[in-house]
Design a protein around this ligand. Structure first.
Ligand SMILES: Nc1ncnc2c1ncn2[C@@H]1O[C@H](COP(=O)(O)OP(=O)(O)OP(=O)(O)O)[C@@H](O)[C@H]1O
Length: 226
């Protein structure tokens, strides 16, 4: 299950936002996408989900060109997306918020998705019937992660999953993401700083002004990981 971007160009109102972006995320790999605000990280994730339109280049999934596939079909391939803002509906419960993608896209297998998420994050079972507005910011991030996993059981795209999250919850989110390797999930994590996830990532692509300028292999000994 390999994701590949080949020379992807995206323009917004004629302005070049992504300029020849190429990257590859292998089965079970956790790849970082690191860059400053405005570098183009969110646009890369939106291109993979199909929400942003390419003006050139290709998005490949297991070698198949999916550049023109609509977002709802990509969800059925097992793509999950957690946007930077959590976008939970305050008056809906935790479970209802997680089921939103399946309400919108009837082809998503909600029961399987929900079972997968509750096995992975039992704490969400305990808060399933609480309204989203009663949760802390970090708990809301957990729910948003759960929601991304309802469909995203092959490729998970996370935009700033640790931003504004207290250390204990950030550690828990990190643990959950790490455990996905056993499920063979590929994960791409966009963030402006690496601090929370150095030991979580195998590689990081560095993006600057819409271009990948380098790919680093994370040295876990140096990062202090075991
Ligand atoms: N809808 C839009 N209209 C105009 N410009 C846009 C739009 N979306 C993104 N941009 C521009 O594209 C560039 C890349 O934005 P993008 O959100 O992908 O960056 P980012 O690295 O994710 O940063 P951030 O973490 O601040 O979201 C920025 O210069 C941004 O201003």
């Amino acid at each position: 299950m390999t994701l590949k971007l080949e020379n992807v160009e995206v323009k917004i109102q004629a302005a070049p936002i992504l300029r020849g972006v190429s990257l590859e995320v292998g089965t079970g790999e956790r790849m970082g996408l690191v860059g400053r605000n405005g570098a183009g990280k969110t646009t890369v994730l939106r291109t993979i989900t199909g929400l942003a339109t390419l003006s050139a280049g290709k998005v490949l999934w297991n070698g198949e060109d999916i550049s023109n596939m609509p977002p709802r079909q990509r969800a059925l391939l097992g793509f999950g997306y957690m946007p930077e803002d959590r976008r939970l509906v305050p008056d809906l419960t935790v479970e209802e918020n997680m089921l939103l993608p399946a309400w919108v896209n009837k082809d998503i297998d909600a029961a399987t998705g929900l079972g997968f998420v509750y096995d992975l994050m039992p704490e969400l079972t305990e808060m399933a019937s609480r309204k989203a507005l009663l949760l802390s910011g970090g708990q809301q991030k957990m729910v948003a992660l759960g929601r991304a996993l309802i469909a995203g059981q092959k490729l998970l795209l996370l935009d700033e999953p640790f931003e504004g999250v207290a250390p204990a919850l950030a550690k828990r989110i990190s643990e959950v993401i790490a455990s996905l390797k056993e499920e063979g999930l590929s994960v791409l994590i966009a963030q402006s700083e690496l601090s929370h996830s150095l030991d979580l990532l195998q590689r990081e692509s560095v993006i600057e002004r819409g271009e990948i300028i380098k790919v680093n292999v994370i040295d876990h000994a140096l990062a202090g990981a075991t």
